[in-house]
Design a protein. Structure first.
Length: 258
């Protein structure tokens, strides 16, 4: 009986020591995590308490880019369906802070509904609600005021295919992105990271077409309604009936049928 009592006491002592060591290991991390949560909450409150998302930065420059995932061409409807990630970067000086005052936090992840966003729209959309075709993923807000938003999007755009003269015919389909309400003086559109080509590292391809290349151009146009220029990104989709080439717009994309 005494033997079993000693075994039990020894086991209890080992458990107690292990629990104490575990507490010592967890406690610093838990304390640090709590501090981070508290600092983050205080930072968000301080940033947004007087922030009005209906207001917008002055003379803002938006870097815009595309990461292509998938394409699909509907010859009968003369449309192009595109799955992609858009990359948008801009500066909002109202969202700056000193990391040393908030637990050395340098980046926040906020719902896009919390802050102002540029109204970048697909001009040649074949869907009247294309501005709602991007997921409401979180926005990265850095302490310098830099904002980065990379939502996955699904677009359907007009592509006036003329295949009646195949196989010698060649045509262009655009993907044209720009601000819907801001002129070029208020919102300037530039290439993301100064790269004119679309990112195709995650491109999955489609059954009937082969991607062969891509280019893009920045355009500035004045409309009859308004004296100010409006800036857009356009990537042409060159379609050749013989080789069936496609070049995309917003970052042009060349495509061959298999």
């Amino acid at each position: 009986m005494k033997f079993y009592t000693k075994i039990f006491l020894l086991f209890a002592a080992v458990v107690a020591i292990s629990a104490e060591e575990l507490d010592n290991e967890i406690e610093p991390r838990t304390s640090s995590s709590l501090n981070t949560v508290e600092d983050r909450g205080r930072l968000i409150s301080d940033l947004l308490s007087s922030y009005d998302k209906r207001n917008y930065p002055s003379n803002v420059t938006v870097q815009f880019g595309v990461s292509l995932l998938k394409l699909d061409v509907d010859e009968l409807a003369s449309t192009l369906e595109t799955d992609l990630w858009t990359r948008q970067l801009w500066i909002d000086l109202r969202l700056r802070w000193n990391p040393e005052e908030y637990g050395n936090i340098t980046v926040l992840r906020l719902p896009p509904s919390e802050i102002w966003r540029p109204d970048i729209t697909l001009y040649n959309s074949a869907n009247p609600i294309d501005n709602l075709q991007c997921s409401e993923t979180n926005i990265l807000v850095y302490n310098t005021g830099k904002i980065i938003w990379v939502p996955p999007c699904h677009y359907r755009s007009h592509c006036n295919l003329s295949l009646d003269r195949a196989p010698l015919d060649e045509q262009t389909c655009p993907l044209k992105f720009g601000s819907w309400t801001f002129d070029g003086y208020s919102l300037d559109l530039q290439f993301y990271d100064e790269k004119e080509q679309a990112d195709i590292i995650d491109y999955m391809g489609i059954s009937d077409w082969e991607l062969t290349g891509n280019t893009a151009e920045r355009l500035s146009k004045t409309y009859d309604c308004c004296p100010e220029p409006y800036v857009t990104r356009k990537s042409g989709i060159n379609l050749c009936s013989y080789l069936e080439i496609i070049t995309l717009s917003a970052k042009a994309i060349n495509i061959l049928p298999r």
